[in-house]
Design a protein around this ligand. Structure first.
Ligand code: MN
Ligand code: MN
Length: 290
């Protein structure tokens, strides 16, 4: 009897992450947390799956004509986030973001559920008071509270708006929300279609203010990325999402921090969702090269 081959060891770092923290400008790190998820959990496994599936990609992006080797980035691994206490986890994420900002670097978080964006955005606001948040998402995430909780993936952008101001939030690709959330978005004119022209227009409208980019992967259509806790039909193609990333680069807007969240890889045994997530991360990294 020959033993079946053992699976390769899980990737500890994202594809091409060869630099140390001191050498890098962009610092990737995982936030494996899904403690407030309402429907289907599993986003805590997102960072590991993104790293694993980065292995199927090439380091070269033909659309951008550049390679991950041209990007000054490192992968710090995952933060140690327990499931139980929300506030404690937010504090751990916040401390890491502050450490990265204070070194003059760009934090790039891999979720985890969307709540992990909140401490990152609050930390970004400390060094960039004129910050604008670009949210790419199927869902408004604007509830005042959710099942009694102030801090949830369903309330995260309301908490963000309270911090950055309503005009500091631009929401792209939203196609799901309560009546109250839609009225709020209409009153504050925060919502736009996700396409390259609207991304460019928003950069112009906000006059080049620094941007925090938060990519909730459920902005993609479930046919592209079914591995997410709350799939919503009618979403973006992969090509359109990629075109929006390239538009951000062409706009020249300073992206001072970013995240890619809500991959729940266990829901999609084909691995297609994790592959899509890894490619989003690769294109974002290469877009951020200086
Ligand atoms: Mn979201
Ligand atoms: Mn969402």
């Amino acid at each position: 009897m020959i033993d079946p081959p053992s699976p390769p060891p899980a990737r500890e770092r994202f594809l091409g992450a060869e630099r140390t923290f001191d050498e890098a400008i962009i610092a990737l790190f995982g936030c494996p947390y899904d403690g407030t998820v309402s429907f289907r959990s599993g986003a805590r496994q997102g960072p590991a799956a993104i790293r694993e599936f980065s292995d199927v990609l090439e380091t070269y992006s033909p659309e951008l004509g550049a390679d991950l080797g041209d990007v000054s980035f490192c992968d710090l691994g995952d933060l140690a986030l327990a499931e139980a206490r929300v506030e404690q986890n937010l504090e751990i994420i916040s401390a890491e973001a502050r450490r990265i900002f204070s070194s003059g670097k760009i934090p790039f978080a891999l979720g985890g559920e969307h709540l992990v964006s909140l401490p990152l955005i609050l930390a970004a606001l400390e060094s960039h008071p004129d910050l604008v948040v670009f949210q790419w998402d199927a869902h408004a995430d604007l509830r005042g509270d959710y099942e009694g909780a102030d801090f949830s993936h369903a309330t995260v952008m309301r908490r963000v708006a309270e911090a950055v101001g309503n005009e500091g939030l631009v929401q792209f690709g939203i196609r799901s929300g309560t009546r109250e959330e839609w009225e709020w978005m209409k009153d504050n004119r925060t919502v736009k279609p996700l396409d390259p022209d609207h991304v460019m227009a928003a950069v112009t409208e906000k006059q080049g203010r620094p941007v925090y980019l938060s990519v909730d992967l459920d902005v993609l259509d479930p046919s592209v990325c079914p591995g997410t806790g709350t799939p919503e039909p009618g979403g973006s193609s992969f090509a359109n999402l990629a075109a929006c990333i390239y538009a951000l680069r062409r706009s020249g807007v300073p992206i001072i921090a970013l995240d890619v969240v809500e991959l729940a890889p266990g829901i999609d045994p084909t691995g297609m969702s994790a592959a899509a997530a890894a490619k989003v991360v690769r294109e974002l990294l290469i877009s951020l090269r200086v």
